[in-house]
Design a protein around this ligand. Structure first.
Ligand code: AMP
Ligand code: GLY
Length: 424
């Protein structure tokens, strides 16, 4: 098969690394890819939202499958674009159509979906600028802290946890009447605050059948000890010990099955990944959010634990016979430590030359925000490299990934030295 992956981050590097190992994959292309993805296939200079360009490339290169990494092309309808065009509708797209991508693209849509399908989630209500006063009244009864969420995509910045009623009212007004997050905050979901410990659960589905992929824990804050600003993710660990068989059985029964069945019952086709952000509250799962794609940097820890042929699983999604496929998962521990640019997640340093990748011995280096400049590899994005190791035991894995991250150098390099140590 000829496979095209859309995206350019660590997630897409991990997909490419895994897919390149499949005997079913003849030619692999990554659009646009990064300085590392050329190890696994051919980079293609196309934006993930250039649908016409992607169509032309797919036709010219006899592409048999398109795997979509990030949410943006899904929310903008790339899957629908393929289905609506007679020349390319035979090419399966892995990733949901626009309507189902609303599970990520609209918090209001996803909360209503969960409520209709009795999926455990924090109590919430949605407000617009016309119902601002009702929003204030609701806040007064909601308890503290309270969570405000911009309805639309806000690059991971649209969630505010407010500790006082005054702060919550001020933020709600700014979001609704001053477009604090642009269009994304023209609707705001006010939600009850959940306590517990978070994890990410991943499902792949053909719309009827599903497979549960390895779960992972993501470290979102920039600072050690989970302090400071939120980032795209500073590291990940899989498996997550508190997601034991009993907890995962609850997740499957109360969340995964009702989600897949709910989509089907509501006539919403879904072929792709469902990323379920969960809070484990005293052993009970609560859904914080859905994403319509895999996580980053979770994918970098999830892919190495999948022993089966990933392309075979993707074919199951495309063809609707995922139930006939097998998934084997390693019981080793994968740990990913992300090296970021100096200054990230604020304004960050760019175009710094990277050295030391060749000194990494016990881990795999997945490129994220990197660009080739002749022979030189430059750090051009906020999250630069994801250093992943797979080891028999967790302690060795944590030490190895952290030690290997320290072998990377560029001006301003930063990584968290405590990824996963809280789980020991
Ligand atoms: P989201 O964009 O929905 O994933 O929210 C971003 C982060 O905010 C989550 O990863 C949680 O850490 C936190 N968060 C979101 N909703 C809640 C909630 N209801 N209670 C507590 N924390 C939350
Ligand atoms: N690591 C969180 C995400 O991919 O959204």
């Amino acid at each position: 098969m000829n496979i095209l992956i859309l995206g350019s981050g660590g997630r897409e590097s991990a997909f490419a690394w895994k897919i390149a190992q499949s005997p079913k994959c003849e030619n692999l292309f990554i659009a646009p890819g990064n300085a590392g993805t050329g190890q696994y296939g051919t980079n293609v200079d196309l934006k993930v939202t250039d649908f016409a360009g992607i169509k032309a490339f797919a036709l010219a290169n006899a592409i048999d499958m398109v795997l979509v990494g990030p949410e943006e092309p899904l929310v903008k309808g790339i899957h629908d674009f393929f289905l609506a065009d007679a020349e390319i509708q035979h090419i399966p797209v892995i990733g949901p159509q626009q309507e189902a991508a609303q599970l990520e693209g609209s918090k209001d849509f996803s909360k209503e979906f969960m409520q209709r399908n009795n999926i455990p989630t924090a109590a919430s209500k949605t407000f617009t600028k016309d119902t601002l006063q009702e929003g204030f009244d609701y806040l007064a009864t909601a308890g503290l802290p309270v969570v405000l969420k911009a309805d639309g995509l806000a690059a991971g910045k649209g969630v505010l946890i407010c500790l006082t009623l005054e702060e919550a009212k001020l933020e709600l007004a700014e979001m609704l009447t001053e477009a604090k997050f642009g269009d994304a905050s023209s609707k705001v979901v006010i939600e009850q605050f959940l306590t517990g410990i978070e994890l990410s659960v991943f499902v792949m589905t053909d719309g009827t059948n599903y497979k549960i992929l390895p779960e992972a824990k993501d470290y979102k804050r920039i600072g050690e000890g989970d302090t400071g600003l939120n980032t795209g993710g500073m590291g990940s660990v899989s498996p997550v010990h508190f997601a034991d068989a009993e907890f995962m059985a609850k997740v499957e029964q109360r969340v995964i099955i009702p989600t897949v069945e709910g989509l089907k019952k509501e006539g919403i086709p879904y072929k792709g990944f469902i990323f379920i952000g969960l809070m484990n509250t005293h052993g009970e799962p609560w859904v914080i959010e859905y994403n319509c794609r895999m996580g980053d940097p979770e994918t970098e820890s999830v892919m190495p634990r999948i022993e089966s042929d990933f392309v075979d699983l993707l074919e199951g999604v495309a063809e609707g016979n995922l139930n006939e496929k097998n998934i084997t998962i390693s019981d080793k521990t994968a740990v990913t430590v992300v090296c970021v640019a100096g200054g990230y997640p604020g304004e960050y340093l760019k175009n710094k030359a990277i050295s030391g990748i060749e000194n990494v011995r016990g881990s795999h280096v997945f490129h994220a925000g990197t660009t080739l400049n002749g022979e030189e590899v430059l750090a051009t994005g906020g999250r630069v490299l994801a250093i992943t190791t797979l080891q028999d035991d967790m302690f060795t894995a944590l030490q190895q990934a952290t030690a290997d991250a320290a072998r990377i150098y560029y001006d301003g390099v930063y990584f968290r030295k405590d990824i996963g140590f809280d789980l020991l």
